[in-house]
Write a protein that binds this ligand. Structure first.
Ligand code: 6PG
Length: 248
């Protein structure tokens, strides 16, 4: 695993860097094998990235028709729910660019039975990838206590080693989630964490200094790991392991 940490002065610069990385990986993946398979992150931070990708100069430079969209996790809500990660990505990006509908594979999170929804999504992934789920890019966020995707500390899905997609009860939220398992994330060619804000600083330091929190267990064995941080999110990590500052 090759790991790179890039710190930017503010959230906007970090977002711009993540958009550049998305574009670069899309172009190289399509050049290499004719398609770009990406698992999107949920939450509020990536919303800014998706909005950037929907505008110039990125919009015209991404091979949308060869890009296949999946989700790293989803809430157990219908796709039109305000909490839906699919709805957030649809409103900020997918509805604004020309993408064949067959390229967008949302989690069937409207299904009442959350385990069946996870199993159905796993079949979608297996139909697409075959034997091994090797995303070109898995985009991840980070929670203040170190969760990523919907892999929360102490939750059952964190231990999953066989299934690709798992339903996961999140005690602190009192809610069901559907998430890629750690082995699928760690099988990716590229994993990018996009993290901003002081409230994430302790989790960033933990994840980057070997703690066993979920985000710290993202180690793509045959891939590249890139952390894109703003200065606020990096502040505690930089106290213990100053990193080369990158500015856009
Ligand atoms: C979700 C996400 C989750 C998110 C982090 C960060 O469904 O909420 O997948 O892992 O990325 O909680 O969320 P914010 O960007 O909103 O802080």
């Amino acid at each position: 695993m090759r790991r790179r940490i890039e710190v930017f002065e503010d959230r906007d610069q970090a977002l711009r860097r993540s958009a550049e990385e998305f574009r670069s990986l899309a172009l190289s993946s399509v050049r290499a094998r004719g398609r770009f398979d990406v698992a999107l992150a949920g939450g509020s931070t990536p919303k800014g990235l998706y909005a950037l990708l929907a505008r110039e100069p990125f919009r015209a430079r991404i091979p949308w028709s060869r890009t296949y969209f999946f989700w790293g996790d989803e809430r157990h809500v219908p796709p039109d729910d305000s909490e839906s990660n699919f709805r957030m990505a649809w409103e900020s990006l997918l509805s604004k660019v020309t993408i064949p509908s067959g390229n967008v594979h949302r989690v069937p999170s409207e299904m009442r039975n959350v385990a069946e929804a996870a199993a159905l999504y796993e079949r979608v992934l297996r139909d697409h990838f075959g034997a091994k789920p090797r995303f070109d890019l898995v985009l991840l966020g980070l929670g203040p206590e170190g969760h990523t995707a919907s892999l929360f500390p102490g939750s059952a899905a964190l231990k999953e080693r066989r299934r690709w997609v798992r339903e996961n009860w999140v005690k602190k939220l009192h809610a069901w989630r559907i998430t890629l398992s750690l082995p699928v994330i760690n099988a990716a060619k590229n994993v990018v964490f996009l993290v901003a804000g002081e409230e994430k600083a302790a989790a960033v330091r933990g994840a980057l200094t070997g703690s066993e929190m979920p985000a710290g267990r993202v180690r793509p064995s045959q891939g590249k790991l890139l952390w894109i941080l703003d200065r606020e999110a990096a502040v505690k990590f930089m106290e213990v392991a100053p990193t080369r500052r990158s500015s856009s």
